[in-house]
Design a protein around this ligand. Structure first.
Ligand code: SF4
Length: 202
């Protein structure tokens, strides 16, 4: 069961980070938003991201971005809100491409693996929804720069299924927050080992 459009409060927003937390374990949302217990890693991540983002941007080959990705203009560190999708978040870079579309570029402090992480795909899709709603341009791909793999930039192609799933994920998070619904635990028990909530999670 999900939250229907008519049940949604118009000014309720969740962040793209909330959806990433939800993908890691749905119960994070319940503990953070329904019980108000913060997750300490979040702050650490923000400090790390702030410190390394500047350095990472300097290292990414600017002519590569311009030529290979056919980028004609970009906006940097853009905070976007979408009433339509009930989501908000800061996009590292919004790239405007020569074919008239736009794409998010996100920096990850991670190594590139052959398969695109599900979290990276849906993060790109959510940023894509934010960009299309705010700028009124089509988004059909995102880019992720892996700073631990020599700043490799990987393209994530996005189709309607990715956007539909991203919208469904937002709905699932909203259902937990608005209805106080206690969700299933993650299937991956290894994630519980050093989890902030392991002592209260049943
Ligand atoms: S202990 Fe495990 S199931 Fe509970 S919130 Fe943490 S990761 Fe999720």
């Amino acid at each position: 069961m999900t939250v229907s459009e008519s049940e949604l409060e118009p000014e309720v927003f969740i962040t793209v980070s909330d959806v990433m937390e939800y993908l890691f374990c749905p119960r994070f949302i319940y503990y953070m938003h329904c019980l108000g217990i913060p997750q300490h890693e979040e702050k650490r991540y923000k400090v790390l991201k702030g410190r390394e983002l500047h350095e990472a941007r300097e290292k990414v080959n600017k002519s590569y971005i311009r030529k290979k990705l056919q980028c004609v203009r970009k906006d940097v560190s853009v905070y976007l809100v979408s009433r339509k999708y009930h989501v908000k978040g800061e996009v590292d870079e919004v790239l405007f491409l020569a074919d008239g579309t736009a794409a998010p570029l996100d920096y990850k402090f991670a190594e590139f693996k052959d398969t695109v992480f599900r979290t990276h795909r849906y993060q790109s899709a959510l940023y894509g929804l934010l960009i299309s709603d705010n700028y009124g341009v089509e988004v059909n791909r995102g880019f992720v720069c892996y700073t631990r793999s020599n700043h490799l930039v990987n393209e994530v192609k996005l189709n309607y299924k990715d956007f539909a799933r991203a919208i469904a994920l937002v709905n699932e998070v909203l259902e937990i927050i608005q209805k106080g619904f206690y969700p299933e635990a993650t299937k991956y028990k290894v994630r519980c080992v050093d989890c902030t909530y392991r002592n209260i999670c049943v």
